[in-house]
Design a protein around this ligand. Sequence first.
Ligand code: DAH
Length: 339
Amino acid sequence: MIDKINKLLSDIEEVKATNLQELEDLRIKFLSKKGAISVLMDDFRNVAAEEKKVLGMRLNELKNKAQDKINELKENLENSNSTEETIDLTRTAYPVQLGSRHPLSLVKKEICDIFKRLGFSIAEGPEIEDDWHVFSSLNFADDHPARDMQDTFFIARSPEVVLRTHTSSVQTRVMEKQEPPIRIICPGRVYRNEAISYRAHCFFHQVEALYIDKNVSFADLKQVLLFFAKEMFGADTKIRLRPSYFPFTEPSAEMDISCNICGGKGCPFCKHTGWVEILGCGMVDPNVLENCGIDSKVYTGYALGMGIERITNLKYRVKDLRMFSENDVRFLKQFENAQ
Ligand code: DAH
């Protein structure tokens, strides 16, 4: 019996396991109820009484050694970084998850690209603005009712600091610094103190365009608007201008396009009129030019401004404005293939 014990002791010294299955096989071989050590334990009962003491000690030693060895092998396996068994290097790699552009970014880019092709360049300004650039320079008199048109987020009073309510503030910033000719397009985020619903949000995005030069006329504006509408919504798109009012333009207009959802026939989206409003525009008011140090007797210009969300709704039929800022990947993934 002592020989068997010694043999098992040296066997155990030698054992190796390269994976958990091999380890389990070893445990079964040595330590299970029918394993080699249990068999010896059974034989132990028949050993002569005088040998029991020594053999008993050796058997216990064997059992402990086997248990220690199995534990040691287990620990080694768990800590090992060996790639050999745990990772199959021949397996095809997981596909790389690519992000996609946000629909508002896609549409902003498309609008800007159209204007860039007409020679406009991008201008940007701060979102935290002063009263002068958002209101006063743009011909909103202190007690002008037009100031009520926009619910403003005020950051500080006297001097007034606000979150800009429109990107028209960038017009002023550029005109103050740059001599005409000016041909800019200003994309950006704007803020208004509105209750959030499917059709209004407290922040949204606009693109503003401004062209100042000698002899710029309303006809130039109309031509650019028609070009933009056809590029953005397709060659069949028609436009119409309705007289409107903005403090910073005179005359002012709002532009509708033929509804690109029903093709002008009338549908719930265009409220059965066949037309949808997409932007405001007009000839820059001479007061605004003078406020920015531009001689209104020499120069004229036009301006226009549109909401990117509105254009995106028309293009992609997003019914709830809130989806643009919820970061729901199920929504965002739908734009993966958009250019
Ligand atoms: N700033 C206007 C708004 O936020 C939009 C606008 C209207 C911009 C007419 C213009 C313009 O440049 O000429 O509602």
